[in-house]
Design a protein around this ligand. Structure first.
Ligand SMILES: Nc1ncnc2c1ncn2[C@@H]1O[C@H](COP(=O)(O)OP(=O)(O)OP(=O)(O)O)[C@@H](O)[C@H]1O
Ligand SMILES: [Mg+2]
Length: 180
């Protein structure tokens, strides 16, 4: 995937809310399979400032999801490999960080909504429990507090009757609701 960037400018206010968040520099990702090497990402460059939205368009199989997985640090390695490139979060190269440092950023600072929402949600846990997980794990909230937060999040993305639907399981949601 090659990429030229033409993004919307970011509004600026406050320390945490301004400045460069993410720089992807000359990123290469390859998969070493039995049938040979798949060069999935070949020198991608992009950056995202606080408050900015960047849309990446490209044909199917061009490496959009693999780039996102590399940024999140969830590539299957092996067979995946990052032979070249940098992924800077607020100027720090995440590829050179320890697993512990990366975990602190993942979930709190960078999150990912998966393309296939049904298979990325656990079918035996309620939607509310799974949404609440990040508050329990990252912010140490109780189950009850986390559930309240989950309802707030669902209301934010306009899920009707969020208070009741928080107890639903993923298969009871529509495709669009799952992605939201
Ligand atoms: N685990 C893997 N092992 C081998 N090849 C992989 C693996 N994951 C992805 N690929 C290959 O990497 C390339 C890029 O895939 P990717 O999923 O990033 O495409 P995409 O741009 O997100 O496509 P779509 O628009 O269809 O979602 C594809 O050729 C894909 O087959
Ligand atoms: Mg994809």
């Amino acid at each position: 995937m090659d990429l030229k960037q033409d993004a919307f400018p970011a509004p600026r206010s406050g320390e945490e809310k301004s400045g460069r968040l993410l720089d992807v520099k000359d990123l290469h990702v390859e998969f070493h399979t039995r049938d040979g090497v798949v060069k999935a990402v070949n020198g991608v460059n992009y950056s995202v400032d606080a408050g900015e939205t960047l849309a990446v368009l490209g044909e199917s199989g061009s490496g959009k999801s693999v780039t996102a997985q590399a940024i999140m640090g969830i590539l299957d390695m092996p067979p995946g490999k990052i032979p070249q490139g940098e992924i800077l979060y607020r100027g720090q190269d995440m590829l050179k960080m320890s697993g512990e440092e990366r975990r602190k950023i993942r979930g709190r600072k960078i999150a990912m909504i998966f393309q296939d929402a049904l298979s990325s949600l656990n079918p035996v846990l309620s939607v509310g429990y799974q949404l609440g997980e990040m508050f329990r794990v990252h912010e140490g909230l109780s189950r009850k507090e986390a559930k309240t937060k989950a309802i707030e999040l669902m209301e934010k993305v306009k899920i009707p009757a969020a208070k009741e639907r928080v107890n639903d399981y993923p298969h009871q949601f529509s495709g669009g609701m799952r992605q939201r």
